[in-house]
Design a protein around this ligand. Structure first.
Ligand SMILES: NC(=O)c1ccc[n+]([C@@H]2O[C@H](COP(=O)([O-])OP(=O)(O)OC[C@H]3O[C@@H](n4cnc5c(N)ncnc54)[C@H](OP(=O)(O)O)[C@@H]3O)[C@@H](O)[C@H]2O)c1
Length: 337
């Protein structure tokens, strides 16, 4: 099969199109014929190790010190169809099909988590693993749209549920124009919140078009300095000033650190002990109730996936280069088929 091989840590050019062996599913695994994958900020951070400093050492210890060895294909989310189950060959009859509730041919979407591997024509995943769950694709979404659900949709709903957003509350999302933020704006609106989106000038029209009640251009104004108060601040991008953000929360306000720093974690613990505010920095996981709630909104037509650009698999490095410019509106897709 064709795949984009991650040859070393570094710039987008380290991603190279190569012919590699098609993986064979073990028991409890399914083989997915990939139709679409995405390029997220997280993929770029993994590729060149521009991760938050506290993650760099464990990442290198796990993936390979000098170059990626354990994993050589990037890509953390995908959508496609089930090509084989358990130990069957591609297109063959199922043998020992204890892997999954899925049948060959079912349309699915999935997160590959720290196994990565979505930038390829086929990917194997354990359908029972909590780390790499596979879900049926919503009927009203294309493969390209469904591929954006794990990072954008499920992280957004995780953050909003952790913040216990209630109808009528004022919610501010910092970094609202990307994968997580564009879902976050729409989910918060669907839950009845009044939403303020903070973003770069170029993304404000798009954010209004998906329902943001207010937009703030971070290149012109600091949202903590304009005298507004919020029940919830979700800092997707990790660039809000900690102390000033806490001060712009209403009584019992909640502040979600989507991209926490070590100092942010210490300050969160102190704030939680000494004030009526809650600062939360829990890593996102894929809770069944979050998946159900999000799929319910999708099936009801309340979520519009924002897709900026599509690239063929061979141009994955070009897609990474574009995502790194920061200009991405919502999501960037790798169209594998
Ligand atoms: N905690 C978790 O469990 C978890 C899970 C998944 C991802 N993450 C992290 O979340 C982060 C964001 O994810 P994403 O996929 O949504 O990224 P994304 O698609 O790149 O979106 C981030 C957005 O923030 C904007 N931005 C940059 N600087 C800003 C600033 N100073 N103020 C306001 N907005 C700003 C960017 O636009 P411009 O560059 O044009 O300004 C971009 O539109 C990543 O770093 C990722 O590692 C955390």
């Amino acid at each position: 099969m064709k795949a984009i091989v991650w040859t070393k840590y570094g710039p987008p050019e380290v991603l190279q199109l190569q012919e590699v062996a098609t993986p064979a599913p073990n028991e409890n695994e399914i083989l997915i014929k990939v139709h679409a994958a995405t390029v997220t900020a997280g993929d770029c951070e993994a590729r060149d190790l521009s991760l938050a400093p506290m993650f760099r050492l464990p990442f290198r210890l796990y993936f390979g010190w000098r170059k990626p060895r354990r994993i050589t294909i990037l890509g953390q989310e995908l959508a496609g169809e089930v090509a084989a189950i358990g130990r069957t060959a591609v297109g063959g009859a199922a043998v020992g099909t204890n892997a999954t509730q899925f049948q060959v041919g079912d349309p699915v979407f999935a997160t590959t988590g720290l196994r990565f591997g979505a930038y390829a024509e086929f990917a194997c995943l354990s359908a029972r693993s909590a780390m790499t769950p596979v879900w049926p694709k919503p009927a009203n979404m294309s493969y390209e749209e469904a591929a954006t659900i794990p990072t954008g949709g499920l992280n957004a709903i995780h953050f909003l549920r952790k913040a216990k957003v209630q109808s009528g509350e004022r919610v501010l999302i910092n970094g609202a124009g990307g994968s997580i933020g564009t879902y976050g704006v729409q989910i918060a609106k669907a839950w009845g919140a009044e939403v303020t989106a903070v973003e770069h000038t170029d993304k404000l029209d798009m954010l209004r078009s998906i329902g943001a009640d207010h937009v703030i251009d971070y290149t012109q104004k600091d949202f903590t300095q304009i005298g507004e108060r919020y029940d919830v601040v979700i800092d997707v991008v990790g660039k809000s000033p900690f102390g000033r953000t806490v001060r712009c929360l209403r009584a019992n306000g909640r502040y979600i650190l989507g991209n926490p720093t070590i100092s942010g974690m210490f300050r969160a613990a102190w704030t939680n002990r000494t004030t009526d505010k809650r600062v939360i920095f829990e890593a996102a996981s894929y809770q069944p109730e979050d998946v159900r709630a999000l799929l319910g909104l999708i099936e009801a037509g309340q979520i519009k996936v924002v897709i900026d650009r599509r690239y063929p698999l061979a141009d994955t490095a070009v897609a990474h280069r574009y995502v790194e410019t920061g200009q991405k509106l919502g999501n960037v897709i790798i169209s594998v088929r």
